[in-house]
Ligand binder design. Structure first.
Ligand SMILES: C[S@@+](CC[C@H](N)C(=O)[O-])C[C@H]1O[C@@H](n2cnc3c(N)ncnc32)[C@H](O)[C@@H]1O
Length: 211
């Protein structure tokens, strides 16, 4: 069984109960408005779905996506709203829909992916100009004893490639700002904003074929 399928069936049941603070912060910072469309990348068991639906209201749209069939199955069980869709797909190799979303969120997701630059570019591609992305993730760029140990463990457990999520966000998004400074900087919480329309720039949107 794949790692994330295993996680869905085991510790995620517990983790869901404790993810409330981060979920509240994400929804708060995204400043979602009624009628907006929001994308949850690497949604896991869909713990964020109720808060996202509440924020965008019945005229809004929520699309959540994850690679793991088990995560997706659990997330789909939560869905009791007509304007919510849970997709099973690889965020590194998926066209979420160019310029379809006002906002997106990726909680602990990008760094666990095999092609972080592609996943970040695909997220940017999905956003409208002015679209905002809230990211919480692991950041192990600093070379200390702790980060060396964490890198090795994360690589072994989740296939961490060593990519720095913040650097990758800066390569694609015009504005990347920390939400707050994290002591030790082994994790990061940032808001990225897509200022201009990059949807037609195929070099930055790998899953979209050149026109
Ligand atoms: C640490 S979990 C975070 C889940 C959720 N965002 C949360 O906060 O509970 C990472 C998630 O990323 C998903 N994931 C890993 N690689 C992926 C990929 N290439 N495409 C889509 N999802 C992926 C995993 O299946 C897992 O559900």
């Amino acid at each position: 069984m794949q790692l994330w399928d295993f996680a869905a069936l085991t510790y995620y049941r517990l983790l869901d109960r404790f993810s409330g603070t981060l979920n509240t912060l994400a929804v708060d910072k995204l400043d979602l408005k009624p009628g907006e469309a929001v994308l949850d990348i690497g949604c896991g068991t869909g713990a964020l779905l109720p808060a996202l639906v509440e924020a965008v209201g019945p005229r809004g749209r929520v699309v959540a996506m994850d690679f793991s069939p088990r995560m997706v199955a659990i997330a789909r069980k939560r869905v009791k709203w007509p304007n919510v869709e849970v997709r099973q797909a690889d965020a590194c190799n998926t066209d979420h829909g160019a310029g379809e979303f006002d906002a997106a969120v990726a909680l602990g997701a990008f760094s666990a992916m095999p092609d972080v630059p592609a996943a970040v570019a695909n997220a940017a591609d999905a956003l409208k100009p002015g679209g905002r992305l809230f990211v919480f993730d692991v950041r192990l760029a600093k070379k200390t004893r702790t980060t060396r140990f964490l890198r090795a463990a994360y690589q072994k457990i989740a296939g961490f490639t060593g990519a720095d999520v913040v650097d990758e966000l800066r390569n694609v998004f015009e504005r990347v700002e920390p939400v707050f400074r994290v002591e030790g900087e082994t994790t990061t919480v940032v808001m990225a904003t897509k200022v201009t329309d990059t949807a037609t720039d195929s070099a930055r949107t790998p899953c979209r074929p050149a026109e």
